[in-house]
Design a protein around this ligand. Structure first.
Ligand SMILES: Cc1cc2nc3c(=O)[nH]c(=O)nc-3n(C[C@H](O)[C@H](O)[C@H](O)COP(=O)(O)OP(=O)(O)OC[C@H]3O[C@@H](n4cnc5c(N)ncnc54)[C@H](O)[C@@H]3O)c2cc1C
Length: 362
């Protein structure tokens, strides 16, 4: 087994220092996948070997009062699949995160076990585990062609050498559509620029806080060491910022920092003396329904795709790995059936949707 990488590192490959892990999904398959993955991150050394830097800070979702029924239904769905989660009263919310302005009009859900992990540690630990199983990892090596003999894939051409392979997996993230084209397939994966703004909280307020998904103000907040809070948008409008993944502005825009700062302080007025620490821009690989494509393309060719995670692929990673392996080996009773993520769903207009959606993070 050979794993090829261009000159960036996976899991965002973007300088992000951590990725949020939560299980709040509005359909059962992804909720089960997130729970499976959480157990791997919690006990990473046992499952994979090495460190992933998991920090169980807890996770809070805040929705408008009008979405309370939807949030409650979602919480019930999560609990049915075994996820520890519950609705919070305003008083409980204040206790869990005192700086947060709850008001009387919000509904909130809480996952005490969720948190965040370090993508760089995680990717390197997986790479080491793969090498222990005999994989050879080749870096700074761009796939520039996919070779077929008749209908079957037989290998890839790269910027440095040719590789023969009976199975090829396109897991090129924001470059997924481009690599699919090399294999003759057109897939709806857009590379979209997303931004992150970082703030340093005032002295006395610099301890960890739970991850917050604020579906009212369209912002997420995550604590980082050094008294920092990392903020970003959960507005599906981010899918409109389609860019060339090899050539896009990697800085954060001043207007974005100002906008996130305003929303952050609106939700946490007690942190008004926070300082802006800048931020960065990176890429989501977005599909029309914000869920990945895991399939064999073209059918029967031995060429597979596992791309388009639309900004929530880190937390699904361990489960998606199993799903993809089962798809390739044609495991008869896979733990996570791949049907929902098949390519054909777009033409069939059978998109992955949850029953209770209030934003993209569902
Ligand atoms: C700012 C930001 C915040 C995020 N936060 C979270 C979060 O909190 N929780 C969460 O679950 N997810 C989060 N995500 C999403 C998560 O990072 C992605 O879903 C995940 O990294 C996708 O993994 P991937 O392996 O599909 O793609 P990537 O991690 O993008 O890896 C693709 C790899 O393919 C390589 N490649 C591309 N083209 C070629 C080629 N031609 N030849 C060889 N190699 C190639 C690239 O160099 C790269 O290494 C976030 C993403 C961003 C940008």
């Amino acid at each position: 087994m050979t794993v090829l990488e261009r000159d960036t590192v996976g899991a965002g490959g973007t300088g992000r220092s951590s990725a949020i892990i939560r299980q709040h999904y509005s359909n059962e398959l992804t909720a089960r996948m997130a729970l499976h993955s959480l157990r791997v991150f919690q006990d990473f050394d046992e499952h994979v070997g090495g460190e992933c830097g998991f920090q169980a800070t807890g996770w809070v979702a805040i929705a408008a009062a009008k979405d309370r029924a939807g949030l409650q239904a979602n919480v019930e769905l999560q609990r049915r699949v075994g996820i520890q989660t519950r609705l919070l009263s305003v008083e409980e919310l204040r206790e869990i995160m005192p700086a947060l302005e709850a008001g009387e009009l919000v509904a909130a859900a809480y996952e005490p076990e969720s948190g965040y992990a370090d993508p760089h540690l995680t990717v390197n630990a997986y790479a080491d585990a793969a090498k222990r199983q005999g994989a050879k990892i080749v870096v700074s090596c761009e796939v520039v062609g996919v070779r077929f003999a008749g209908d079957k894939v037989v290998g890839v051409d790269t910027s440095t050498e040719r590789f023969d392979a009976p199975v090829v997996v396109n897991c090129a993230g924001p470059w997924g559509a481009r690599v699919a084209e090399l294999a003759g397939s057109v897939v709806p994966i857009n590379s979209c620029r997303v931004q992150v703004a970082v703030f340093r909280r005032p002295p006395g307020q610099q301890g960890p806080h739970p991850v917050v998904m604020d579906f009212i103000d369209g912002i997420y907040l995550r604590a980082e060491t050094g008294g920092l809070t990392i903020t970003g948008s959960i507005d599906p409008g981010e899918a409109d910022a389609v860019v060339d993944p090899d050539d896009y502005p990697e800085h954060v825009d001043d207007e974005f920092v100002a906008d996130m700062g305003e929303r952050f302080l609106q939700r946490c007025p007690a942190l008004e003396l926070s300082q802006s620490m800048g931020g960065f821009a990176s890429l989501y690989a977005v599909t029309p329904d914000w869920h990945p494509i895991v399939d064999e393309l073209p059918a029967g060719s031995g060429c597979f795709i596992c791309s388009g995670f639309s900004g929530h692929g880190f937390k699904l990673g361990p489960a998606v790995g199993l799903m993809t392996a089962d798809r390739i080996t044609e495991e008869a009773s896979p733990e996570f059936p791949v049907h929902a993520f098949r390519f054909g769903r777009f033409a069939e207009n059978d998109l992955v949707r949850g029953q209770y959606e209030y934003s993209i993070a569902g």
